[in-house]
Design a protein. Structure first.
Length: 469
């Protein structure tokens, strides 16, 4: 039967087997697929996701469950029989199990913890006891530790004995009698060493370790800077507690990236898939920033009212208000987004603030100058067309003063926007806040108000004769 289905797509093969209701053939089919293909079938066949997971062998069911999105994991755990749920949770690596449980409501976690066997329950409760967002939540206790006075042969024998239960055997961790971390050794060095050589003679005492209370973002940065697949985790007394592997750090990086993108867009981090989050919770996440930005924009109206007399005397100034505001806001948003992204990937540090400021001053002057030239040219062309009778007179005899006002205002506003957008994330980071809070809409709103002040100040300087009438 399976041979007859080979020419069909994976989805068509699965639908054909489901229609037969033959559980044995379905199980054989699923256990012959790649884990990624099975995960794809789960995602595309919500009505059969429980049947798919239940048909897999325990190891393959856990491997598939690990790579599913959280909403799919949650649905499956909620609807599986208790014995199957217990089987998956107990077989999941401790770090993956902790990552899944910390996304669930407390009352649900309390019930699922009861399904774990005593050893796994102890490990899970220990990991969940560390602060949210800390390295302790990411680490796994499944690693290979050896003593410095062991021989290479003893290490190899130990790996053969316990290696199958370890998260990774790429790196071996050396401890002393007190459990303190001494060094780490790549498996390659163990394999190539003389079997009678002592572990103490193979280590170089050059290692990188994470503290259990370190922020997960710090771990992400350390992994990127050192090109490691796993790092040891120690407590404040240098006791080896576990390891963190690169797959968990990549998951954290993806989560942080999603949160930053949402904050840059002017909303709180959703922490749930868009289609899964309850409607009123979605409104709550968005309304706060909208209200803050709306109130901030009221300052724009206040600034406009302050310059009401100038606008009445030279109505033509109001034509360029949207142009000035949008240019400043756009330049600020650009700078803010670039700096937030650069800080997130470690390209810009707090100590680089002067380099950033110097670069953004030059960028603001050049960009503002280009926009200023375009603005002045637009007014000049309009004046020429007016003289040829193509269009009506808009600027009058003071067209060139208005042109200089718009041009120089654009230089000032764009310069101020780039400085504000680039410095605000750095200042927030220095104060311990999330730089992503300095979102593009927030910077744009801030620059709108100050941009108006710059514009009308420049207008007053250039058009004193006109405004004094």
């Amino acid at each position: 039967m399976l041979a007859e289905l080979e020419n069909l797509s994976l989805q068509d093969q699965f639908e054909e087997l489901i229609s037969t209701g033959d559980q044995v053939r379905i199980q054989e089919f699923l256990n012959n697929q790649n884990i990624s293909d099975v995960a794809q079938l789960v995602s595309e066949n919500e009505a059969y996701e429980n049947q798919i997971i239940s048909s897999l062998s325990p190891h393959r069911a856990v491997s598939t469950f690990k790579i599913l999105d959280f909403p799919e994991q949650k649905r499956i755990i909620q609807s599986l029989p208790p014995h199957k749920t217990a089987e998956i949770l107990n077989e999941l690596p401790a770090d993956d199990r902790t990552a899944f449980l910390e996304e669930l409501p407390t009352e649900v976690v309390r019930e699922l913890i009861k399904l774990l066997n005593p050893d796994e329950r102890k490990v899970t409760l220990s990991l969940l006891g560390y602060p949210e967002g800390s390295v302790g939540r990411l680490m796994t206790p499944d690693y290979i530790a050896v003593y410095a006075d062991w021989t290479v042969q003893q290490v190899i024998d130990h790996i053969r004995e316990v290696g199958k239960d370890s998260e990774t055997i790429d790196v071996i961790y050396v401890i002393n009698e007190k459990g303190e971390f001494v060094d780490d050794i790549r498996i390659r060095e163990i394999i190539l060493a003389n079997p009678g050589k002592k572990v103490a003679d193979t280590i170089d005492n050059r290692y990188i370790a994470l503290n259990v209370h370190d922020d997960q973002e710090k771990a992400n940065t350390i992994f990127k800077m050192n090109n490691r697949v796993a790092l040891p985790v120690v407590d404040d007394h240098n006791i080896l507690l576990g390891i963190v592997t690169i797959d968990d750090v990549l998951w954290v990086a993806n989560e942080e990236f999603s949160e930053d993108i949402q904050r840059i867009g002017g909303t709180e981090a959703l922490n749930e898939p868009y289609l899964e989050i309850p409607f009123f919770k979605l409104i709550k996440k968005r309304v706060g920033w909208l209200i803050i930005l709306f109130i901030s924009e009221m300052l724009t109206a206040t600034a406009m009212s302050y310059f009401a007399d100038e606008i009445q005397k030279a109505v033509v100034l109001s034509i360029f208000v949207p142009l000035i505001m949008s240019s400043g806001g756009n330049s600020g948003s650009q700078a803010s987004t670039l700096i937030i992204q650069a800080m997130a990937v470690g390209e810009v540090r707090l100590s680089d603030w002067w380099k950033v400021m110097r670069r953004e001053i030059l960028s603001g002057l050049v960009l503002g100058g280009l926009l200023g030239i375009i603005g002045f040219t637009r007014i000049f062309i309009w004046h020429l067309l007016m003289h040829q009778g193509v269009i009506h007179d808009l600027y009058g005899p003071f067209w060139w003063l208005i042109g200089f006002t718009v041009g120089i205002s654009l230089v000032g506003v764009v310069l101020w926007g780039t400085l504000t957008g680039s410095m605000l994330p750095i200042i927030l980071k220095k104060l311990g806040a999330d730089p992503a809070v300095s979102s593009a809409p927030f910077v744009a709103t801030l620059v709108d108000v100050t941009g108006l002040i710059i514009y009308f100040t420049v207008a007053y300087i250039f058009l004193q004769q006109l405004l004094g009438q």
